[in-house]
Structures are given as C-alpha cells and as structure tokens.
Design a protein around this ligand. Structure first.
Ligand SMILES: [Zn+2]
Ligand SMILES: [Zn+2]
Length: 326
C-alpha cells in the first residue's frame, strides 16, 4: 500500500510502498477514507514531541471503512469508524481504572507509537474505534477526531463559563466555537495580529468578538482555551480573565511560559493543561456534533501532498482544517 513515512525529525515525510497491515485479535483493519492533519504532527516532525520507534506512519484523525474485525458498538461490518490520538491503554493501572485512561502511563498513541492514517490502510484497536454518525461525510468528520475531541475535553474543564476566549483560531477553535455557541456561550476569538481571514471566519461561525491576542476583549472572560503552542499567550489569557476564571492549555507542546506577576493568578484563577482524551469524551463529543450539527471547513490534500498540507498548517495558509485523502 501507499504510505507517507516519518523517518527522523527535521525531514519531510517520504512517500513509500509498504506491506498492507493485517488486523490481529481485538483489532480492526480499515481502509482509510480521510485523515486529518494536526499541529501535533508538526511537533513530531520538528522533534518537539518524540517518535520512539521510527519509521512511523503519522496521522491520528482517521476515518476508515471496516474491512476486517468485529465492528465496535454502533457500527456495522463495512461501516465507518473514527480513530483518535489515544490508540491503546493498559486497562489495569490506577488511571485506567478511575476513568482517566487519558493519563495511562503505558498509553500508546496513533500516528506516534502505532502506525496512523497517512496511508491507504491501517489497523486500530477496536476499543479505540468509534462508530461515526451517518450524518458525517468522511472528510467532514476527520477534524472532529482530534481537534474536536481534545477541544471538547478542554471545554469540559471550562465548566459553565458563559464568556469563553479561544486563543489560536485553527481546526480546534472552529469546531469548538460551534459547540460553545450552541450551548449559549459568548465566544471571543483571538488570532495572530492582522490575521483578518481567521477573525472574519470566527465571526462567521458565531463568535461575538474577534481580535488580536494582545488586545483586551470588550468584556472579562470566564474561561479561555489556548490552542496556539505559544507560552506567551498564558499571561495574556490570564490577564483577560474575571476572578475565578480558568485558562486551559489545549496543546501537547508549548513554548516556554514567561514569568508573570502573581496578581494574574490571584482571586482563584486557575491555569491547567488538558492531555489526550478518554473514550467518554469521544462518544459524547461525536454524539453532540451530530446533533448540532457541527460543520467543519476542510482543505483536501491527496496523500502524496501530505508535506504540503503540513507546511500550509504551519504557515496558516487555510482556515479550518487540512484533511488527507489517500
Ligand atoms: Zn492531534
Ligand atoms: Zn493504564
């Protein structure tokens, strides 16, 4: 089959012919119909997040058609499933046994520890494959599987927050805005200064305000989620919070957070990160997305142009999400 291989940090992915993987016990073999591109893929390629055992097929927002193995609950043989970043957990540790499988120390991640979706076919643990509502086209569904799921987990940590700030208006924020507006929240979108396309896109999706990250929003925020991997946004976001508010860092990697005065954290403000996802997050989020329904904005790239998709993500060349179609 055709695949795009990660070989070492700093090198582009390489197009290759590799053997088609076969499903083992408890696994599904999938024909990949679409695979979303995520900022985490850039962190892997740049060596900011380690890939333990290269070469590796990246890609962790997979929409696949079941070609072998027992379908998970809600899916039919030949039906569509989604495969997320969290690809395997031990099921035995204190985290797995207390509903926090996202923190399992032995967790394995799709497209990092396990071959992912930048290929014609893939194999995935059936426990971490989710039936996809028929309402979704494969291209549309792909960005829900990381941008959407991790975004949803970050939103859970914002509690009831009626005024929500989103820093970095990419794939995750464009999905989350739709969820938050549907929940009756006011969304304030923060982008790079001068990124008028992203600001216009945010307003189109229902944000009440859009501006540069350095700007003060017109009202204090009850919570903010930072999707851009920029540590300097942390004090900015804390500074925009009302007392008791929360800042959630939504990425797997962030540049160093600069020192800031305690005053920014005082009055019971909270700063926290969000790591990975649980199966509960996935089931809830996919169900909610179908109900709203969430409409993703995607740019399509053929498999061989995966490097172009990654560079376009890096430079902010598109609004919404990039999706690879093998
Ligand atoms: Zn991701
Ligand atoms: Zn575990």
């Amino acid at each position: 089959m055709r695949a795009m291989l990660f070989e070492r940090p700093g090198s582009p992915l390489r197009a290759a012919e590799v053997p088609e993987p076969q499903a083992g016990p408890g696994q599904l073999a999938l024909e990949v119909l679409a695979c979303g591109v995520c900022r985490t893929d850039l962190h892997l390629i740049d060596g900011e997040v380690d890939v333990p055992d290269p070469p590796r097929i990246l890609g962790h927002q997979i929409v696949g058609r079941i070609i072998d193995g027992d379908p998970p609950e809600g899916a039919q043989p030949g039906g569509l499933v989604g495969v997320p970043w969290l690809g395997w957990t031990c099921g035995e540790c204190e985290y797995c046994r207390s509903g926090r499988e996202n923190l399992c120390p032995r967790a394995r991640f799709t497209g990092r520890d396990i071959d992912g979706g930048m290929a014609s076919y893939t194999v995935a643990d059936a426990r971490y494959c989710f039936a996809l509502p028929a309402a979704f086209h494969p291209l549309q569904a792909a960005p829900l599987l990381c941008a959407g799921l991790i975004g949803y987990r970050a939103l859970r940590f914002c509690g009831e927050a009626p005024r929500l700030g989103l820093y970095g208006f990419g794939a995750a924020a464009h999905i989350l805005t739709q969820l938050a507006v549907w929940q009756g929240r006011s969304v304030f979108a923060f982008t790079r200064a001068g990124d008028e396309a992203a600001q216009a896109f945010a307003l189109e999706l229902g944000a009440v305000w859009a501006g540069a990250s350095e700007q003060a929003p017109p009202e204090e925020l009850d919570a903010a989620i930072i999707f851009a991997p920029v540590g300097g946004l942390v004090p900015l976001a804390l500074g925009a919070l009302a007392p008791g508010g929360t800042v959630v860092c939504g990425g797997i990697h962030m540049s160093e957070i600069p020192a800031f005065p305690y005053e920014l954290l005082w009055h019971e403000r909270t700063l926290r990160s969000v790591a990975n996802l649980t199966r509960r997050d996935a089931i809830e989020m996919l169900e909610l997305s179908a109900r709203i329904p969430v409409r993703t904005t995607v740019s399509e790239y053929p498999l061989e142009r995966a490097n172009a998709a990654l560079e376009d993500l890096r430079s902010g060349a598109f609004t919404g999400a990039a999706v690879i179609v093998p």
